[in-house]
Design a protein around this ligand. Structure first.
Ligand SMILES: [Zn+2]
Length: 370
């Protein structure tokens, strides 16, 4: 495989990749849940046993990023491969055991098989090949992070805070993209709205202020407002809005005194994370005019993330990974370059680069449905 002149073997060791992916799927690393400790330990041991320089760096108490490096000749930029150790919770509706790494019809099944234990296995395999061949031009670094599936992405933050990802780095996140190179990412703003009304018996509802009604109006109005925004990005499309959580009321026959909604707003250029908050606040204020006496709180949830796009001079975006073409016939197919609607670690680790020109992209095996 070749990565911008960094030559390793000409073939992909598919059996090794599958073996590592299955081993990783069998490690429960749900977040929230048991967390990444066992997965970090396995990854660290796997890299160390392959003779690769590897360390752990604490991201938060009890949660360590795993950082491995193959030293380069020093005449090329560092390539940082980003993977994450955690998975989303197992959830329900599985038709196969979620932590067995079952292989069926040429696919590995299980929680996190695509997102992103296969990507982590690819990175491990790549480092192993690089370490046994001629040194690459620049250092190749694998950062396997904790807490990518959490709202605050503590692992990615720690990478930036520790200086393990810098402005001069080329960054490639190995998220599941069906091996299609992704160079742009929507922004994300999560908000929590709480409306305070006035409780009353439903038989005398005219004396109360129905907080659920207020929130329903806000959600409806915000949906319309965001759908009507004039922003269309060539890669990322339009802004999107979802009210993911609604909770309010105390009993069927009582006017609800309060109601809470969690709002998810996906941003495309030129929107900023502040724009999302400003727009939501304006809609709430407009709505409350019709409900005298109602009050509200509106605050951010998690970390606000701006939309980003790789800089034109990013190697990982401008130069197709030649080795990827060779590997495609073995591990998947795909040609197009496009944006992606999901939030991922690659953007978080590079957040401080965004205003200067992001040098990151996404490519990895497997894909999300829907
Ligand atoms: Zn992921």
């Amino acid at each position: 495989m070749e990565l911008d002149g960094m030559t390793t073997g000409d073939t992909v060791d598919t059996a090794r990749l599958v073996r590592d992916t299955v081993a990783l799927v069998r490690i429960d690393s749900q977040n929230p849940g048991v967390g990444e400790e066992a997965c970090a330990r396995w990854t660290h041991g796997r890299l160390r046993n392959a003779g690769i320089e590897v360390t752990t760096r604490q991201a938060s108490p009890g949660r360590d990023n795993v950082v491995a490096r193959v030293a380069g000749r020093g005449d090329g930029p560092r390539l940082v491969l980003l993977a994450h150790l955690d998975t989303v919770p197992i959830g329900e509706g599985w038709t196969v055991p979620p932590l067995k790494g079952l292989i069926r019809n040429g696919r590995v099944y299980g929680r996190g098989a695509a997102d992103m234990k296969a990507g982590l296995a690819v990175a491990i395999s790549l480092l192993e090949d690089l370490a046994s061949g001629e040194p690459p031009r620049g250092d190749v670094v694998l950062c396997a992070t904790v807490d990518e599936e959490g709202p605050d992405m503590a692992g990615a933050h720690a990478l930036v805070a520790d200086g393990l990802v810098g402005l001069g780095d080329q960054v490639l996140a190995l998220e599941p993209t069906g091996l299609r190179l992704r160079i742009a990412q929507v922004g994300l703003r999560w908000l929590e709205l709480t409306v305070h009304g006035r409780m009353a018996h439903a038989g005398r509802a005219h004396l109360g202020i129905d907080a659920n009604h207020v929130v329903a109006r806000v959600v409806d109005r915000l949906k319309e407002r965001i759908a009507g925004l004039p922003y269309r990005d060539e890669l990322l499309g339009c802004p999107l809005f979802t009210c993911g959580v609604l909770a309010g009321g105390v009993a069927t026959n009582v006017v609800p005194p309060s109601s809470r909604a969690q709002l998810d707003i996906r941003l495309v250029p030129p929107m900023t994370t502040d724009d999302a908050l400003t727009l939501a606040r304006a809609v709430v204020e407009e709505t409350l005019v019709d409900f005298p006496g109602a009050t509200y709180d509106l605050c951010g949830l998690g970390v606000a993330r701006p939309p980003v796009r790789a800089a034109d001079d990013a190697y990982v975006a401008a130069r197709r990974l030649r080795g990827r073409r060779r590997a495609r016939h073995r591990v998947g197919r795909g040609r197009r370059t496009r944006g992606v609607y999901r939030r991922v670690d690659g953007r978080r680790a590079d957040r401080q680069q965004v205003v200067y020109g992001l040098r990151s992209g996404l490519v990895g095996p497997g894909a999300h449905r829907g």
